[in-house]
Design a protein around this ligand. Structure first.
Ligand SMILES: [Zn+2]
Length: 189
């Protein structure tokens, strides 16, 4: 498994490309499209794992889903709502309102579900609300994608709609526990 980080132009959010074979990849979150296409050159995009529904982590989705018609989009129920509402994903308050055009490709996952990334590799969802109810952390082989639920040395943002300080503290504790000995991939750089 190889992981590439793309630092996006909007708020320096991160997209991660998980290469599971030389010709197959998964993506965690979806911002700027050109560098992502470059990273996915000659590869099949198997699916897109969303860490939450804020627009700075999803704004490239429509273009990428158009270009990769087989890729499904994984998120929880709150994430699906945010994908379909520019108010909930907060893009309405920024320069380009965003709503997702392919609702039929959303796969709603909950806490502690396993998604097979390849024949030999699985990734597990962990609900980590606090930053937003749609927050999922993804855990696989010594790797934890926490994105906005936990950014080392930076506090979790809980002042946006749907934020909850107490839940964020609980999620942070959980993430510290399950990331022991693992590499953390956070949401902003
Ligand atoms: Zn966020």
């Amino acid at each position: 498994m190889l992981i590439h980080r793309i630092i996006n132009t909007k708020f320096s959010s991160c997209t991660y490309v998980i290469e599971v074979a030389h010709d197959q990849a998964w993506v965690v979150d979806c911002g700027d499209v050109p560098p992502l296409l470059e990273a996915l050159k000659h590869k099949k995009l198997c699916g897109i794992l969303l860490t939450h529904g804020h627009f700075d982590h999803i704004y490239g989705l429509n273009d990428v889903c158009r270009m990769f018609p087989e890729a499904m989009v994984y998120t929880n129920a709150a994430g699906r709502d945010a994908l379909l509402s520019d108010r909930q994903n907060l893009s309405r308050y920024h320069e380009t309102p965003f709503t997702f055009h392919f609702p039929e490709r959303i796969i709603v996952v909950g806490d502690n579900e396993t998604i097979p990334l390849s024949d030999t590799l699985k990734i597990r969802t962990v609900a980590t609300p606090g930053h937003h109810p749609s927050c999922l952390t993804y855990v696989t082989d010594n790797v934890v994608f926490t994105v906005d639920s936990f950014i080392p040395n930076v506090g979790v943002v809980t002042i946006l709609p749907g934020g909850d300080k107490a839940l964020a503290a609980k999620s942070e504790e959980l993430i510290l526990e399950l990331s022991r000995g693992s590499t953390i991939y956070a949401g902003h750089y």
